[in-house]
Design a protein around this ligand. Structure first.
Ligand SMILES: Cc1cc2nc3c(=O)[nH]c(=O)nc-3n(C[C@H](O)[C@H](O)[C@H](O)COP(=O)(O)OP(=O)(O)OC[C@H]3O[C@@H](n4cnc5c(N)ncnc54)[C@H](O)[C@@H]3O)c2cc1C
Length: 444
């Protein structure tokens, strides 16, 4: 077992968008930073990888100008976005039947139900980036989306269509989905649910999320160690010691932990993290679905397809033409019900929606079983916004938590990761300036 001793101002655990952006922010202020990353690559839950013969996003993908933090970074580094193909046709399953039509037909049918569902959004989130600013949010946060849909007394057809749309957004069935989360997304989208759908799945970085994280990383003056999962963080006289599974030890005055909330307890802190932080991790969030890619024979026209969450695939959309074939991306609400790397499983799940489809190859990554993520994109269960968000954001002396899971705005998105990196970097900077005023690299 090797042991090394280094002294840093800040150790950042994780090289996803949060960790890398925090390293840039703090190193630009003159602080000496070290990123310890468990994987052998940058990006965390974004992963632009060569699959099915082209470069595909296995995790986070779509960005939008209504997401101010990521959009600023895209502009800062002069990157471009491209739209995903606009579907000409939509297929959906509702009330036990397969339907097909123009996309407008589907969206018109759920416009009324969505207007009624999201009516409290403006009152609950008058300032979407200050998510706990209203009184009403505390009551509303006690309901699941499933309960709220039941109150709307929808027809079976409308209910299935709403279930399809919202289980896609939650990447989970709706029985645990926190209603406040749906209202928050709508509020962030100017209280307009159709705009919300556009924001979430329309524009992607032309050369992939990898280009953006590499720009941020190359701009940071930071040390980084890959394949270095952190096991423990102990308080010591000079600050903190991070100990990896390999037994290497690194010390710093402060630590930023960017682990997703579902795996927050996978590192042992001494002294331990607060009871609320531990509890938030133990409860887990609702995000337990799966994303897949499939190469499909002979289809080159853009389409999209929706099914309720009881089906193993609840959404698919056409993305690329590859010769005479097409490549589609899709999602299921429960990673246990679909192995994205099993071609026949993906094909038979898709055939509920598209009976003649022939899948040539498929791929995906199980983020829920991955010990370094434990979830897909953060989506809160009922009660978690009001019970845990403030506690999760609260530093504990020199230990800071940052990550998309802990953002005020677009939590669960790349935007949220960058927002949280800015916020946590500000806190760390002020902590180091106050606590270590005579230190070597302390800057305003
Ligand atoms: C399938 C999927 C689809 C998504 N789609 C979108 C989308 O279209 N648009 C969008 O904006 N967002 C999307 N997201 C969400 C987005 O990818 C994330 O919100 C964002 O990338 C999170 O960044 P982060 O830095 O907060 O966390 P992460 O990226 O999870 O970074 C945490 C890092 O910590 C590392 N780590 C974990 N444990 C340890 C340890 N013990 N020691 C050291 N390192 C450790 C991990 O390897 C990881 O690199 C999607 C996510 C998934 C999974």
């Amino acid at each position: 077992m090797s042991k090394r001793q280094e002294q840093y101002d800040v150790i950042i655990i994780g090289a996803g968008f949060t960790g890398v952006t925090a390293a840039r922010e703090l190193s630009h202020k003159g602080f000496r930073t070290l990123i310890l990353e468990a994987r052998d690559r940058l990006g965390g839950r974004t992963w632009h990888d060569r699959r099915l013969g082209i470069d595909l996003e296995m995790g986070g993908t779509w960005v939008h100008w209504f997401q101010p933090y990521v959009w600023a970074e895209i502009g800062r580094y002069g990157l471009d976005v491209v739209p995903s193909p606009v579907p000409n046709k939509l297929y959906w399953i509702a009330d036990g039947k397969r339907h097909e039509g123009k996309p407008d037909e589907f969206f018109l049918k759920i416009d009324g139900p969505n207007q009624r569902l999201l009516e409290p959004a403006r009152r609950c989130f008058p300032l979407p980036y200050i998510p706990l600013s209203s009184e009403e949010i505390h009551d509303i946060d006690q309901s699941t989306l499933k309960e709220k849909l039941a109150e709307l007394q929808l027809s079976d057809e409308e209910h299935d269509m709403m279930d399809s749309m919202w289980s896609l957004n939650f990447n989970s069935p709706l029985d645990e989905a926190g209603f406040s989360q749906a209202l928050h997304w709508a509020a962030l989208s100017d209280y307009n649910w159709k705009l919300m759908m556009d924001i979430c799945s329309s524009y992607k970085l032309t050369k992939g999320t990898k280009t953006l994280i590499e720009c941020i990383f190359n701009d940071a003056k930071t040390d980084i160690l890959f394949s270095s999962p952190v096991k423990r963080v102990n308080k010591i006289d000079s600050g903190y010691k991070a100990i990896t599974y390999a037994g290497d030890e690194y010390t710093a005055k402060a630590v930023i932990n960017t682990l997703p909330v579902n795996i927050l307890n996978s590192i042992t802190f001494s002294p331990p993290l607060s009871a609320e932080k531990t509890m938030a991790c133990t409860e887990k969030q609702s995000s337990k679905g799966v994303k897949f890619w499939a190469k499909i024979k002979g289809v080159t026209e853009p389409f999209a397809a929706f099914a309720p969450s009881r089906y193993p695939i609840h959404y698919a959309q056409f993305e690329y033409v590859q010769g005479a074939d097409g490549i589609i991306v899709g999602f299921g609400a429960d990673a246990e019900k679909l192995d994205p790397n099993n071609r026949t499983e993906v094909e038979s799940a898709l055939r509920h929606l598209l009976p003649d489809i022939k899948v040539l190859e498929s791929c995906g990554h199980n983020w829920v079983n991955d010990p370094f993520s434990g979830e897909t994109w953060t989506m809160k269960k009922k009660g978690q916004l009001t019970s845990y968000l403030s506690a999760l954001q609260e530093p504990e002396e020199g230990i800071f938590i940052g990550g998309s899971s802990y953002a005020n705005g677009w939590a669960g998105f790349i935007d949220g990761a960058i927002e949280s990196a800015y916020a946590v970097s500000r806190l760390v900077c002020s902590y180091l300036n106050n606590e270590f005023a005579t230190g070597s690299a302390v800057k305003e």
